[in-house]
Ligand binder design. Structure first.
Ligand SMILES: [Fe+2]
Length: 247
């Protein structure tokens, strides 16, 4: 489907190893979620998803010997596949449990992976932190909605908790969109921007507390839901990564 051998690729060691490992695992998880949620009626799409799952698993095993070019070719190929699924969902219909918004977020994450790996558009005019907010806030809002929707209806307290997280991430996203407009003044830092960063850090930290508690409940089979633990771990890694980009 795509070549894993790229001559002259930069070793992952020249990129931040943690960043490369985060994106490899992140894209691998997306392939897993697609594979797990496609109906058996979509066998050929499931086989493609399985291919990506195995491909990214192999890159994870290679660790720091995989090149950024190789990873970028995988990320680009996966991005095209995810867009193909999204197009089918929006037109003819696709027998799959992921929503179009969730699929679209996985495309955004593939685009960010490509940018980090040096193969995507740089959009250098946008402040890096604000770009991070505009990428991750809607993704975390969507993740929180997915989690609450997968909880058993009798888990009222947890459902309220995750709906609360989703709403606060959406409100914070609306704030970030306006801040992006304020940067047209040429300012990059002003008091309200500092307060916004603190607000975001507090919200992500609160979300991480909830996720770690949910992981504990999942691991002990203490919560009623249809959530796989791997999904909660995936969301927790995304929230930690986002928090890390805020310095
Ligand atoms: Fe994700």
């Amino acid at each position: 489907m795509f070549s894993s051998a790229c001559k002259g690729g930069i070793s992952i060691a020249t990129l931040n190893a943690d960043t490369a490992s985060f994106w490899t695992r992140n894209l691998r998880d997306h392939a897993l979620f697609v594979y797990d949620t496609l109906s058996p009626q979509e066998e050929s799409e499931r086989q493609r998803a399985l291919y990506y799952l195995r491909w990214f698993d192999a890159r994870l095993k290679e660790g720091s010997t995989a090149s950024t070019d190789t990873l970028a070719s995988g990320a680009e190929s996966l991005r095209v596949f995810l867009l193909h699924l999204l197009r089918r969902q929006l037109t003819e219909g696709l027998s799959m449990l992921l929503t179009p918004t969730y699929l679209s977020h996985t495309v955004s994450e593939s685009e960010e992976a490509l940018r980090v790996l040096g193969s995507g558009p740089s959009r250098s005019s946008l402040d890096p932190q604000l770009r991070s907010h505009l990428l991750w806030l809607p993704i975390l809002a969507g993740d929180a909605f997915v989690i609450q929707g997968a909880l058993d209806e009798i888990e009222k307290e947890l459902i309220r908790l995750y709906i609360g997280h989703a709403h606060r991430f959406e409100e914070t996203y609306a704030y970030a969109v306006e801040l992006a407009g304020f940067l047209r003044t040429g300012l990059t830092d002003f008091p309200a921007m500092d307060r916004f960063r603190d607000m975001v850090r507090r919200e992500i930290s609160a979300f991480l507390l909830s996720l770690r508690e949910l992981e504990r409940l999942e691991a002990g089979n203490l919560v009623l839901d249809k959530l796989p633990l791997v999904f909660v771990e995936h969301v927790r890694r995304e929230a930690e990564f986002y928090l890390g980009t805020l310095g």
